[in-house]
Design a protein around this ligand. Sequence first.
Ligand SMILES: Cc1cc2nc3c(=O)[nH]c(=O)nc-3n(C[C@H](O)[C@H](O)[C@H](O)COP(=O)(O)O)c2cc1C
Length: 368
Amino acid sequence: MILEALAPLLRVPALAALTRDSLLRMDPETAHGATINALRLGLAPQQTDPDPPELKTALAGLELSNPVGMAAGFDKNGEVPRPLALMGFGMVEIGTVTPLPQDGNPKPRLFRVAGAEGVINRMGFNNDGHDMVYRRLQGLRVPAALGVNIGANKDSSDFTADYAKGVARFARLADYLTVNVSSPNTPGLRDLQQEEALTRLLYAVLTVRSKAPVRVPVFLKLAPDLDEPALDAIAKVIARTDLDGLIVSNTTISRDAVAGLANATETGGLSGKPLFNLATRRLAQIRLRTTLPIIGVGGIHSPQSAVDKFEAGANAIQLYSALVFGGLDLLDRIKRGLGAAVRNAGKRNISELVGTKTRAWAADDIDL
Ligand SMILES: Cc1cc2nc3c(=O)[nH]c(=O)nc-3n(C[C@H](O)[C@H](O)[C@H](O)COP(=O)(O)O)c2cc1C
């Protein structure tokens, strides 16, 4: 109640910054819980001006008013997709959701690598499970594309069947689905990126999708820790399916970009700024192998890094970790920066920047 009364004050930028600083002083998972609560209470700033027309984006049949999304893992349980959409995200991806609820790994399991604006997490798909999340989302009006990211329970005897259940459950409710085979925190999950397993998984998932009354777009979310032969194999598999797109990338298990920094040796997936070069290179390398839509994720932390993703080959982008350090107004800055980049290039729409620098990003000449 007190928080609700304070809502108008918290929308004042100076106070919002103060809140961010105090969030950064808290234990990271506590701070995340407080942010979700604040959003639930309507404390987040809401977008006032409409998105610039340059940002209108068609993505796998979805009509987005802007191509900037909230990445999976922020709202694992679908508690705040509407407030996130009202803040101005063009898409909001909830999850990862697994068939059964699960607690995830023991705490602490979320760490800031403050020296590099990085985050390491080994959450382990803590989530409320299909039934509860479905009930929460049912009938909800979300003024953005709503993605549901699906995964497998840690102790499941059949990972593929878990994904099929996710498609069956959420196909009618979601605007798009993401098949997440790239979290490093569920043992064995990333093996689903290998040729045979991926073929079987996509066949199962897309067969269930074809039986749903509406054709929901399905994206496959990949790890950045794949070498070029692995990318070749994935490109070969997906070319034989009617998958709608890719999300590149999830967190990395590599630590090269944060070696020696506090928390760098924690087990889990690294995200945020130190992931940017690696994830953007993988994005470009995959862009060279497919014409499918790609959502570029990983380390976006500024308007320029957002522009870079499009130039490397992304058709839309998502972010999460930088919001921890940059605050929620980063979204507005990124959208304004994208609009300006389009106009400065003498173009009319963000789609005209896609892939203009793919070869440079795909090359091995940037130190990762
Ligand atoms: C705390 C945390 C939890 C995450 N949980 C998930 C998840 O459940 N499913 C998923 O597909 N990605 C998850 N991610 C990965 C993000 O969606 C994203 O791919 C990655 O963080 C890179 O983007 P960023 O550098 O902008 O954060 C998580 C990331 C973080 C930091």
